[in-house]
Design a protein around this ligand. Structure first.
Ligand code: NAP
Ligand code: SF4
Length: 677
């Protein structure tokens, strides 16, 4: 049955000297685990993914030398002890019937260090450090270090290496004129600029022998000025194959590109077409990637000839058992990666250990365990939002008898608002998954039923996940007929005028702005529309795949002003790796962003504010409709009543702390509570 379900995805791949059991690669991610030096923990993280069925796992980027590390102290195979440590990991993966390749990542000018090196001394816009230009001996040293790293990877038991040649890192920096202005044999003509990646692959192959997987990750669409044309991409791919690569993997966009490439608003499989253009041009298997997060999408990418294999990285944080669940016909039980970056990339870039919003066990496998309970209890969970639903599912999986009370007529809570926002369609999948998991874990779900103190009397444990209420900003005139709450707007309950002022520019203020400036189909659901919005073209037509006309967003559906009292850039506190996308998206829709305001009153004209250094510049923000998005406060009414009646309760999610409430904290708190009940 399963073979007919995903015939392309689950088909083995013969590489000659070895075979892969299916077409799924767990793509490289920097988790920060290796830097913990807790090797059994690293091993368990990867082994769980191998048990879950990924055919080939690629590690996070390992530095070939100190100057090439993404940050000072980045992990790599520098000593015999390092090799022994990595052995622990490769042994665990092999014991779980997996295969593993170590990614060698030389960051070049992206290295966060004053010692960074590059083809030319051109500072990157995303790093404070100007790189040192390498001389001939310096280039030879970099090649030698990469080759040594590959040889050591083999010693450490890896089945292969992935040479990182994309995303604007060191080798990619040699390939394009944007970052390579050299005039020696490593610069100038395209042949000279690709000399280094080809030389690296050739010498790595020489060092590791014929029976070792060498993946080259090649930038198929740079999305930066003066990027490669597709003819050049093909030329490099063919040269890399001739130099000894076993597989070519896809890289999409440089890190400094101003086009989102993996965020949730990027259409699913939004770049598979680029990899598809390489199919038939090389003899080695080709991997595609980016925004592929379900077995159906992955199967379709392969069935339509866009690639030979699919690489998914974040989906393996969300669910280690992605492949095995697909094989067993349980795809609807796969925890979906919603591409939010909140617990993975945002953590990485804040120096924190990676995890996952929908799976708090990711990278915490040895510490957060959902062990079967030896003392089953009756557990009431009140509130079916992210926190409550997750608690209920895990508690039930552990063997407790769980009843979930939800006052509304559906599961999801605040997630049901998020899913209304254009660009956040992935939240549909998250809610569907929670509903499915409640069903399969045997939770008794009581919808449309508000729990009462009396009704909770017989339960051994009571978990309160009643969420939040909107904060009352107390602005004179806010009870006027032209003022709405974000809840009414997102529920589509009230008509919204042509001009809108939004009070509050947190996550919800930005979401509401996005909702109100869009009309019709969401670009996330229409690749052509999305490409036009962000200025993505075809690298076969324009260098780097940047559309010559630039971004051409649809006209805004409304004229929106977004207001906050803090005198700082609006959206500054949004996600570290996604905030820029939200800000850019609203700028493209001509949303006026006004900080440093004091609210005087609201009337039929709009919002009367004072601005300026001394707060004495009076201004009216004209608006037909004013939407209040002034944050939220915990809804603790039931928790307080239970405590007053002498009941001990567990309060989680927004009902516990509304400030900076987000689904990540809510789910993590729920999961940890459920693990401890
Ligand atoms: P929030 O992030 O706390 O933002 C509240 C906004 O209201 C701020 O802009 C604040 O700015 C303003 N505000 C606070 N008190 C006010 C008052 N008394 N009068 C007028 N304005 C006031 O809350 P939220 O936007 O409701 O979002 C709630 C949480 O949901 C977020 O923290 C976030 O974690 C989560 N969320 C996340 C996303 C996402 O994209 N990751 C999206 C939606 C929601 P000033 O104080 O400067 O005026
Ligand atoms: Fe995906 Fe978000 Fe989890 Fe990262 S945190 S793996 S983006 S669901």
């Amino acid at each position: 049955m399963t073979a007919t379900l995903y015939p392309h995805l689950l088909a083995p791949l013969d590489l000659g000297f070895t075979a892969l059991k299916n077409r799924v690669v767990m793509g490289s991610m920097h988790t920060g685990l290796e830097e913990t030096k807790d090797w059994p923990r690293v091993a368990e993280f990867y082994a769980e993914r191998a048990r879950g069925g990924a055919a080939l796992i690629v590690t996070g980027g390992m530095a070939p030398n100190r100057e090439g590390g993404v940050f000072p102290g980045a992990a790599g195979l520098f000593t015999d002890q390092d090799i022994a440590n990595h052995r622990v990991v490769t042994d665990a993966v092999h014991a779980a019937d997996g295969k593993m390749a170590m990614q060698i990542l030389h960051a070049g000018r992206y290295a966060y260090s004053p010692d960074c090196v590059a083809p030319s001394p051109i500072k990157s816009p995303i790093s404070p450090f100007p790189p040192k230009e390498l001389d001939e001996a310096g280039i030879e040293k970099q090649i030698a270090d990469i080759v040594t790293a590959a040889a050591r990877a083999r010693e450490a038991g890896y089945d292969g290496v992935e040479i990182m040649g994309s995303e604007g890192y060191f080798l990619n920096q040699f390939i394009v004129k944007h970052t390579n202005t050299r005039t020696d044999r490593w610069g100038g003509s395209y042949e000279n600029r690709i000399r280094l990646p080809i030389e690296v692959v050739r010498r790595v192959r020489e060092a590791v022998g014929p029976d070792f997987i060498v993946i080259f990750r090649l930038s198929m669409i740079d999305l930066v000025p003066e990027g490669s044309t597709f003819d050049e991409v093909v030329q490099l791919a063919q040269a890399v194959e001739a130099a000894g690569a076993t597989i070519i993997n896809t890289g999409i966009g440089w890190h400094e590109a101003r086009v989102p490439t993996i965020a949730t608003s990027v259409p699913r499989r939004g770049f598979a077409w680029v990899t598809g253009k390489l199919m038939g041009k090389v003899g080695v298997p080709v991997i595609t990637s980016n925004r592929i997060n379900t077995p159906d999408v992955a199967e379709d990418v392969l069935a339509t000839g866009c690639a030979d294999m699919v690489s998914m990285a974040r989906p393996f944080l969300a669910d280690a058992h992605f492949v095995s669940k697909a094989e067993e016909g349980r795809a609807d039980e796969i925890a979906p990666c919603i591409a939010c970056n909140q617990a993975c990339l945002d953590h990485t870039f804040s120096g924190k250990l990676t995890s996952c919003l929908v799976n708090p066990r990711a990278c915490h496998e040895t510490e957060l365990r959902y062990a079967p309970t030896r003392a089953p209890k009756s557990v009431a969970v009140v509130g079916g939002g992210a926190a409550g639903a997750m608690t209920a599912v895990i508690a039930a999986q552990r063997g407790h008898r769980v009843t979930l009370f939800e006052a509304a007529d559906r599961i999801g809570g605040q997630l049901n608002m998020a899913r209304e926002i254009p660009g956040k369609e992935e939240f549909h999948g998250l809610v569907d998954w929670l509903v499915k998991m409640l069903e399969v874990s045997g939770v008794e779900v009581r919808l449309g039923q508000a729990a009462t103190v009396a009704g909770l009397a017989g339960f051994d444990e009571v978990v309160i996940a009643t969420g939040v209420r909107p904060r009352d900003p107390g602005i004179p005139g806010q009870d006027g007929p032209n003022v709405l709450s974000y809840i009414d707007v997102l529920a589509g309950k009230a008509p919204v005028g042509e001009t809108v002022a939004i009070i509050g520019a947190g996550g919800i203020g930005f979401d509401v702005a996005e909702y109100l400036v869009h009309e019709g189909e969401s670009p996330t659901e229409n690749l052509t529309l999305w490409q036009r919005e962000w200025g993505v073209g075809d690298p076969a037509v324009t260098r780097g795949g940047l559309a010559p006309e630039g971004p051409r967003p649809e006209a805004p559906a409304r004229q929106v002003s977004l207001l906050q009292r803090k005198n700082e850039r609006l959206g500054k506190r949004l996600g570290k790796t996604t905030g820029w996308i939200h800000r850019a998206a609203l700028r493209m829709k001509q949303v006026e962003m006004i900080g440093g305001v004091q609210y005087d009153r609201i009337d039929a004209e709009g919002v009367h504010v004072r601005t300026g250094e001394t707060g004495d510049e009076v201004r009216v923000i004209a608006a037909d409709t004013i939407v209040l998005c002034a944050g939220q406060v915990p809804d603790r009414s039931l928790a307080d009543a239970l405590e007053a009646a002498g009941r001990k309760v567990h309060v989680i999610g927004g009902a516990d702390v509304a400030a900076e409430l987000d689904a990540k904290r809510a789910i993590d708190q729920g999961a940890r509570l459920a693990a401890s009940l």
